[in-house]
Design a protein around this ligand. Structure first.
Ligand SMILES: CC(C)(COP(=O)(O)OP(=O)(O)OC[C@H]1O[C@@H](n2cnc3c(N)ncnc32)[C@H](O)[C@@H]1OP(=O)(O)O)[C@@H](O)C(=O)NCCC(=O)NCCS
Length: 292
């Protein structure tokens, strides 16, 4: 096991390396799309302080990365370099007890099984859904008085967009604190495109819903992350309108397919139902592995 180089750190180079591997390995059997890595990174202005990250290169090419947060391990490994796994698990140490993979990542599942990991499928899980962009239907109607537009990419619009995010995702005991500054950091992500960031304004001008897509130009696959509607405006077709507009913009930029993740269990059915109403279908699910 020679020739691998590990790079630790939580700076932008780490984010770029992870997205580079996710883009190079993308297939419908991948858990990771580079766009959602861009969002997860930028959403909080970088990884949580308790998180640790590393990527491994060989001959100058990124071949694996690992990210520990809250005692769980997320990872991506080039299937040609599964011999890295013991090294990666050593690096993750006590944070390697629980790992989440996509059920379609069969080679990685088998390799981790050989290191004592077992599937624990009880409890909430995320499903992955997809649809083609070639046969998008016409735009769904907006209720009277609501308007739909792309984010204009200006610093001022970041304030409105952050408010849309807070309105949609805050719950009583878990308020979302995203500020205009935080959203400006999202907008600075190299793959962020304002045209793919769609906002619905209520009749009083307040932000009611939003949907952001990230297009991976290499594969032509866009990912929706995130989509949200403020509680007082739900079930009026606003998420459908915003997501549809983001998907149409992705198609206009060359996108051919789209993927989204949503809770797959029946305890939180709204998002999955909303995506299915938009023509998405479940094709895979995340599985949780725990080390014996
Ligand atoms: C999921 C969410 C985005 C849906 O937003 P919305 O604006 O209410 O969705 P829409 O009105 O466009 O719904 C379109 C269709 O989706 C389905 N749907 C939406 N919410 C549903 C629910 N709670 N239960 C069942 N079906 C639902 C319905 O088929 C609906 O059409 P209908 O109202 O004519 O029956 C919203 O509930 C939300 O923001 N939740 C919190 C954040 C979140 O979970 N985001 C998604 C993960 S990133």
């Amino acid at each position: 096991m020679t020739g691998y180089k590990r790079v630790d750190g939580t700076g932008p180079d780490q984010a770029a390396a992870m997205q580079e591997l996710a883009a190079r390995l993308w297939s419908w059997s991948s858990r990771w799309h580079p766009g959602e890595l861009a969002w997860f990174w930028a959403e909080h202005g970088g990884p949580e302080p308790s998180g640790r990250l590393a990527h491994w290169t060989r001959d100058g090419r990124v071949v694996a990365w690992a990210w520990t947060r809250n005692e769980r391990l997320d990872l991506q490994v080039d299937p040609d370099h599964l011999d890295l796994i013991p090294r990666l698990l050593d690096w993750a140490a006590d944070d390697s007890r629980a790992v989440t993979l996509l059920d379609a990542e069969t080679a990685l599942l088998e390799a981790l099984g050989a290191h004592g990991y077992e599937r624990h499928d009880e409890g909430p899980f995320f499903a992955h859904l997809r649809r083609s962009l070639g046969d998008l239907p016409g735009s769904p109607p907006l209720p009277d008085g609501y308007t739909l537009r792309a984010v204009d990419g200006s610093p001022a619009d970041a304030e409105v967009r952050a408010e849309a995010h807070r309105n949609a995702f805050s719950v009583r005991r878990r308020p979302v604190t995203m500020t205009g500054d935080d959203y400006r950091a999202v907008m600075r992500a190299p793959s962020y495109r304002p045209a793919l960031d769609q906002l619905v304004l209520a009749p009083d001008g307040s932000p009611a819903a939003a949907a952001l897509a990230w297009l991976d130009e290499r594969s032509g696959v866009a990912v929706l992350e995130p989509v949200g509607t403020a509680p007082g405006h739900r079930r009026r077709g606003l998420a459908a309108a915003a997501a549809h507009a983001a998907l149409r913009a992705a198609r206009d930029l060359g996108g051919r397919g789209a993927r989204v993740c949503a809770r797959g269990d029946d305890d939180a059915p709204a998002a999955r139902a909303a995506y299915e109403a938009l023509g998405f279908r479940v094709y895979a699910r995340n599985v949780r592995l725990v080390r014996r």
